[in-house]
Design a protein around this ligand. Sequence first.
Ligand SMILES: [Zn+2]
Length: 371
Amino acid sequence: MFRYIKAFLSSKPRLLCIVSSLLFLGAVGAAEFSDAREAQNRARQDAAPKNATKDQNPKNGEVLLLPVQGNISMLAGAGGNITVQAGDNGILLVDTGLATMSVKVLEAIRALSKEPLSYIINTDDRIDHTGGNENIGKTGRPLAFAGAGTRGLIAPDLDEQSQGRFRAPNAFIIAFSTLLDRMSAPAGQVAPVPEGAWPNDTYSEPQKNIYFNGEGIEILHQTANTDGNSMVFFRRSDVISTGDILDPTEYPIIDLKSGGSIQGVIQGLNRLKLMVIPAEHIEGGTVLIPGHGRLCDAADLAEYQQMVTIIRDRIQNMIKSGMTLEQVKAAKPTRDYDPIYGSNTGTWTTDMFVEAVYKSLSSNQDSRASK
Ligand SMILES: [Zn+2]
């Protein structure tokens, strides 16, 4: 099965000449090469094998379960990619897709295991990643409640009534603490999402570890698209769920209102680069499940990280030379990459990306962070 996956990974057009040109251009990083790269990227996009793309991005309304590596599978087509870890202890999901897709998601997961769903981990609080929390979470049961002496495990400070609520059959929903802040609401206000969708097991340290289905799982906090991104590293399977920090289908989303920043995204990508160990020409090596789109490997990550870094540098230089946001947009600092990552329509356009990078770099916080 891994060969099948590897075939996907290697079926992308990675012509030697394009790679070497990109490396050269990346090293130079100069805007004057953007015409050549734009043409190359356009040709590359046109030449992309349509089957590979389609197979990992099923048609509207369909979900596709794809074995990845170890005991990890990827469920595509439900919104953001969903990672499924299944084994004797039960099922763990990273993200839950859109609410409207929950029935199909549950059907697909049942094919992997009849054991209960114990954990959901949210990589951020965007609706295409947390939309199914309530529908899917309520079908689950926390592992701890199967055993004795676990009373009060989740929230020992709560009173009896609240404990009862938490003891109700339900999966743990793990997320960085700021996600709960945004998904719930201060007293007296209406929460943006129903309580059943809220994370019930938040963390606020840099890292939270759990052990499930015979494997250590590291949940790593990273400020990136928002202030509460989590990356999930399955140590034995050697798979990382990156959330939207890595999204080969578009420019990275930077949700400024939720504390996201371009520097955070780049820090996240740099961190992933240190974690990923490639195994060229033999089976193995770290596999990345991105927030959207097809499975990625170390080379895909390097390419995306380089693209984001080059665009950040260009916009940084434009800001330093005193250009306004409108002038930066008119200068098209992303032009050579637009054939692959750009969009004039949808929820995250190229214009929105450029504006978010500009504002992110112009804010005091980020200029401090970049020093
Ligand atoms: Zn997403």
